[in-house]
Design a protein around this ligand. Structure first.
Ligand code: ADP
Length: 383
């Protein structure tokens, strides 16, 4: 009994035992654990820290922890600690955050760092827990790149459809340019130089040329691999712009326009070129539909509700049969001899990609109504 009560050689000192246990934890931890003195000198450096930074514990022991950091933190680290000890004001102590580490060879890597303060009887020390997150970062980057590639691929698929639509849209201004140029030649050849006629024809040529240019620009914009195309847009502005682009068609076809734009519209985050393209399609369709009709009025209005801005384009054309009200949105569905049947299908996908909806309905008194919504979102004032 006596012997059992006495300490024996095999029974270890509890302090030593705790130390051994602590060391085992430090040695097997997956995270790098580094302790430093208040002057920044490294006091311990566990095996995981050796693996992460590429230094052996002997190499860094006693050196300033700044050796593990890239500039400018490297130069400023002493100031960080001094400042903390003086003011208690902390940028990193007590919180975890993501910083850049520097390996022995000079390579930089992203790491998560949590620092805590250890108050000993005679001094303060700091413990830093370091996790190398470069693999995770690489995977995230790769996933983002894949997503981007995927988005690009699907844009290219849509592009195939768009090319034939754009070829068709380009043909219109080009044909107009040719016929106005022919008209100029005839006027000049006739010997009766009607300057007003000539001026008007030349103006048409330059307008149509500009329109063709804007179509080509839309195509270039579309093909460009853009990360973000959204900017803060004023939808009423876009409507006015579209009417301006189409003013010759509107005048030549003797069409009246009626506009009613809500005055309190917030800006929306949207792709200006695409929304303009949708409106151009809708108004051009309205103009086409009213050819040969007695009353030719295209009405445009914008409206605001709690969640959306609604844009309406209506006309006094013949409208469409209920049997084709959904078919109209299918790619290549057209009732026009020179139609491509792409306008509405592309317009719908553009609006849906903006989180809105594009629908068509028949007016009771005849004529078609196309409505699309764009969600208010956070608007934003970026550009
Ligand atoms: P496209 O104009 O090349 O035919 P769209 O996708 O723009 O292609 O339109 C598909 C079809 O939808 C048109 O051919 C037409 O039959 C019908 N449509 C579109 N807009 C109107 C409208 N405002 N009034 C009557 N029918 C329309």
């Amino acid at each position: 009994m006596k012997r059992a009560a006495e300490p024996t050689e095999s029974q270890s000192d509890p302090l030593q035992e705790r130390d051994a246990r602590l060391r085992a934890v430090l040695n097997t931890a997956v995270d790098g654990i580094i302790t430093i003195e208040s002057d920044g000198s490294i006091e311990s450096f566990n095996p995981a820290a050796e693996r992460i930074f590429g230094y052996s514990a002997e190499e860094v022991m006693g050196r300033n922890v700044a050796v593990l950091m890239p500039p400018p933190h490297r130069e400023q680290h002493g100031n960080y600690i001094d400042n903390y000890l003086r003011t208690g004001d902390t940028k990193i102590i007590g919180r975890g955050r993501e910083v850049t580490g520097r390996r022995k060879g000079g390579g930089l890597f992203p790491m998560e760092l949590a620092i805590s303060e250890v108050q000993l009887t005679d001094r303060v020390m700091f413990t830093g827990i370091v996790r190398d997150i470069s693999t995770r970062r690489r995977a995230e980057l790769e996933a983002r790149r894949n997503l981007n590639e995927h988005a690009h691929a699907s844009r290219l698929a849509v592009l195939g459809e768009m090319v034939s639509g754009i070829a068709h849209e380009l043909n219109q201004p080009l044909a107009a340019i040719v016929s106005f140029a022919d008209a100029c030649q005839r006027i000049l050849g006739s010997g009766q130089h009607d300057l007003t006629l000539l001026q008007d024809a030349l103006q048409q040529i330059s307008e149509q040329g500009r329109r063709a240019g804007s179509i080509v620009n839309q195509l270039k914009d579309f093909v460009k691999k853009r990360e973000a195309t959204r900017s803060a847009i004023d939808i009423n502005d876009i409507m006015r712009n579209v009417l301006d682009i189409l003013r010759y068609e509107i005048r030549n076809n003797d069409i009246k326009t009626s506009v009613d734009f809500a005055s309190d519209l917030p800006k929306l985050r949207a792709d200006r070129v695409q929304i303009e393209q949708v409106l151009l399609n809708l108004v051009q369709n309205a103009i086409d539909a009213m050819a040969g009709r007695e009353t030719r009025v295209v009405s445009l209005y914008t409206q605001l509700d709690a969640e959306n801005v609604t844009v309406t384009v209506s006309d006094t054309g013949p409208g469409f049969g209920s049997d084709i009200s959904e078919q109209m949105f299918d790619a290549f569905f057209t009732t026009k001899t020179k139609g491509t049947g792409l306008g509405l299908s592309i317009s719908r996908s553009i609006i849906e990609a903006h989180g809105g909806a594009l629908i068509a309905r028949q007016q009771t008194e005849g004529g078609a109504v196309f409505k699309f919504t764009l969600p208010l979102g956070d608007g934003g004032d970026g550009d």
